[in-house]
Design a protein around this ligand. Structure first.
Ligand SMILES: C[S@@+](CC[C@H](N)C(=O)[O-])C[C@H]1O[C@@H](n2cnc3c(N)ncnc32)[C@H](O)[C@@H]1O
Length: 284
């Protein structure tokens, strides 16, 4: 895999909120990382910059949900090339999904032109939709394909579920906040993701009725790896999960064919905390 630097953020305003424990700066090959940890893609992979007039129009534009224009399509293309491919994501299924899903549908219509920025975005109920790169990175780590049955914990806006829906046979997504689960259910149905099912519930315990899963992606951080999520992995399956309080790491947990479990850290990250039962358990 190509050497890459990582700038991953799931809270708002990555570098600015590091002190508040909500941003993340994860770097691979730190020696190649520019001051501030950002990773500018090569100029050749960039689209022409939008003009000042275009930027002003974008900043004030409200795009009703269900609509798209050439400017948004261009921003999405630019996002895939400069934030995702240029940072080393190679799985063509992931790149195609990131290109196909209209991220601006998952934020408020006032934020449509910010949806493709290289940062997380605010959604309702004090939650966030993760930075595009972390969504692509976690999806690639999950090693899913068209036969996969996956669990997505922390539905939020439904964006990660839609990305998985582009790639996988079946997606089960759990969200602890009822209103977010309801909004994501309606949005995913409107966008035609009939094979993506959202349920309101505590993802700490997973979705035992539908287990085992070929992959589980978690977008909220507990301070330990929930044992039930490991149990619900199929043989060969992978759990991708942020773990920690103030200092978090993204972990990959892989269940081998013989039932043994391998685990390793891949990057420092900053996600919102997992609520519900995860808060009541200390590290086992
Ligand atoms: C970073 S946001 C998820 C972003 C989401 N994947 C998306 O694409 O928009 C984390 C979400 O996890 C949810 N969450 C936190 N603890 C949870 C739990 N125990 N079970 C299920 N969802 C939980 C939060 O309510 C929040 O919506």
């Amino acid at each position: 895999m190509a050497a890459r630097n990582l700038l991953i953020s799931c809270g708002l305003a990555a570098a600015g909120v590091l002190a508040a424990g909500m941003g993340l700066l994860g770097m691979r090959n730190a020696s190649k990382t520019a001051p501030g940890g950002t990773n500018d893609p090569p100029p050749s992979s960039r689209e022409p910059e939008p003009s000042a007039a275009e930027r002003t129009r974008h900043a004030s534009a409200v795009v009703p949900h269900g609509e798209e224009d050439a400017g948004l399509a261009r921003l999405r293309h630019e996002m895939v090339e400069t934030q995702i491919r240029a940072r080393g994501i190679e799985d063509e299924n992931v790149l195609r999904a990131m290109q196909r899903v209209r991220r601006h549908e998952f934020v408020s219509s006032q934020l449509a032109f910010s949806a493709y920025d290289d940062c997380p975005q605010r959604i309702t109920h004090g939650q966030t939709i993760s930075q595009p790169y972390i969504v692509a990175f976690m999806t690639e780590l999950a090693r899913v394909d068209s036969r996969s049955k996956v669990l997505d914990v922390g539905t939020g806006s439904g964006y990660q579920a839609a990305i998985l829906g582009e790639i996988c046979a079946r997606v089960y997504s759990m969200e602890i906040i009822q209103e977010l689960a309801d909004e994501a259910t309606r949005l995913l149905a409107r966008l035609g993701y009939d094979h993506v099912q959202v349920r309101c519930g505590d993802g700490y315990r997973g979705w035992p009725e539908e287990a085992p899963f070929d992959a589980i992606i978690v977008a909220a951080a507990p301070d330990h790896i929930p044992p039930s999520l490991i149990e619900q992995l199929a043989a060969g399956g992978r759990l991708i999960i942020p773990v920690g309080d103030y200092a978090q790491d993204l972990w990959v947990i892989e269940k081998q064919g013989d039932g043994k479990v391998k685990r390793w850290k891949v990057a420092p990250v900053a996600f919102v905390p997992m609520t519900g039962e995860a808060r009541r358990h200390g590290s086992p």
